[in-house]
Design a protein around this ligand. Structure first.
Ligand code: ADP
Ligand code: MG
Length: 399
């Protein structure tokens, strides 16, 4: 599944309404019956207009039919959900154009985008469950529980959770990207002009950088939070240049910026200690391997750090989720999905390696009818690296 925005400009206002109707219907139907699509889209042109729109959307692979379905109906594809989210970001003027992909995880796409002023930002598209259907079909209990649009549900939850934490941490002054907007399974945030720690081969003072990473981690803990995936991919290292007022010389400070929050948990979580230790060990192992640096003192230890939660005027942020409307059940579903993803990654690491050949990735075409046109196929085969694409849309009739 690859984000291809080119068809966006050709969709009419009616097409968008029908796409939104399929999304609305997906909440209660795995396959949305055509009469329901007609009802939700509220188009004055009646069923013939709706069927014309359905045909356009299906050709562009934004909606899909399922093989051997008992009735005539459609479901939203990842592409369809991407378009709806981008459409919202575009209407709210958060995104004007979509550029290249800067990061590919198997469970998210990171795109460089620009707003109307040309300012570059990051669009993170969550794709939880993306590879499961092809590579690891078994043991996905959480998917069965949420059979109806499970990937959509989980990816949307992941984005909601990430945006909630990003906003809370940003307000608390923790170095994170600036949150800009959130829609469905996507978030827009500021572009941090800094490489991940993973890409840094040497630093002048590993001990100082190590200390700042641990200090940042302990600040999260004081807010009641455990990152849960605190590693060299999720810590970006920014170079802040300042002039020493005494000597007049330029000094560079390395400032860690933390990203990637869908797996964040509370310090009160039943497995908090395990995740705390795992995070700290990740940093230690990386520093030893990469910079041959080993801290002289042991720790930090969960039991000591636990006592600091909420101290020194640190606002507790571990209730952020509930405050953002994510229920306990939703949080549990998401957690189960993320844990399962971690296990699968351990068992089958190759399947999670980023690859350029994304055709294998498309979880959606296996049980579908052939696409109703060649347009979508040719679009899919185009390679990346094209210049940024403006995602404005046509709206020939205002209805
Ligand atoms: P995933 O959940 O797939 O791991 P991340 O949020 O960790 O997604 O992002 C993947 C990669 O994309 C990061 O390692 C980083 O290189 C890049 N990235 C993500 N967000 C930003 C950002 N706001 N600014 C700069 N680079 C980013
Ligand atoms: Mg990451």
């Amino acid at each position: 599944m690859k984000l291809d925005t080119r068809a966006m400009r050709h969709l009419t206002a009616e097409d968008w309404k029908v796409l939104a109707a399929v999304e609305q219907g997906s909440k209660n139907h795995e396959l949305v019956p055509v009469p329901i699509i007609e009802r939700f889209s509220r188009l004055k042109g009646g069923s013939s207009l709706v069927s014309k729109c359905i045909s356009t959307l299906a050709k562009t692979s934004l909606i899909a039919k399922m093989k051997e379905a008992k009735y005539d109906g459609y479901r939203l594809t990842y592409g369809g959900l991407d378009y709806l989210a981008l459409h919202t970001h575009s209407q709210k003027k958060h995104i004007y154009s979509v550029g290249t992909r800067v990061g590919v995880g198997k469970e998210s796409d990171i795109m460089l985008v620009a707003d109307h002023t040309g300012a570059q930002q990051i669009l993170k598209i969550h794709r939880l469950g993306r590879i499961s259907f092809r590579t690891v079909k078994t043991n996905r209990d959480y998917l069965k529980k949420n059979a109806s649009g499970s990937w959509m549900y989980l990816s949307t939850l992941a984005a909601r959770k990430e945006y909630a934490f990003l906003s809370a941490l940003h307000s608390a002054g923790i170095p994170v990207p600036t949150p800009i907007a959130h829609s469905r399974h996507t978030i827009v945030m500021s572009l941090v002009d800094a490489p991940p720690l993973r890409q840094i081969s040497s630093v002048p003072d590993p001990a100082a950088l190590y200390a700042s990473l641990i200090e940042l981690y302990l600040r999260l803990a004081k807010h009641g939070l455990i990152h849960g995936d605190y590693n060299e991919f999720n810590i970006l290292i920014r170079e802040d240049v300042s002039t020493n007022p005494e000597t007049g010389t330029e000094e560079i400070t390395l400032v860690p910026v933390v990203i990637d929050f869908p797996q964040m948990i509370s310090m009160e979580h039943v497995n908090a200690e395990m995740y705390f230790d795992r995070d700290i060990n990740c940093v230690k192992i990386f520093f030893e391997r990469r910079f041959h640096f080993k801290p002289t003192t042991p720790g930090p230890f969960y039991k000591d750090v636990k006592k600091t939660v909420g101290r020194d005027g640190f606002e507790r942020l571990d209730a952020t989720l509930e405050a953002s409307g994510i229920t306990k059940k939703m949080a549990k579903d998401l957690e189960a999905a993320i844990r399962q993803h971690e296990e699968e990654k351990l068992q089958n690491p190759e399947a999670f390696e980023p690859s350029d050949d994304e055709e294998d990735d498309d979880d959606e075409d296996e049980d579908e009818e052939d696409k109703e046109g060649e347009e979508a196929n040719t679009a899919e085969k185009e390679k990346e690296g094209q210049p940024s694409i403006v995602i404005g849309f046509q709206s020939p009739s205002k209805s």
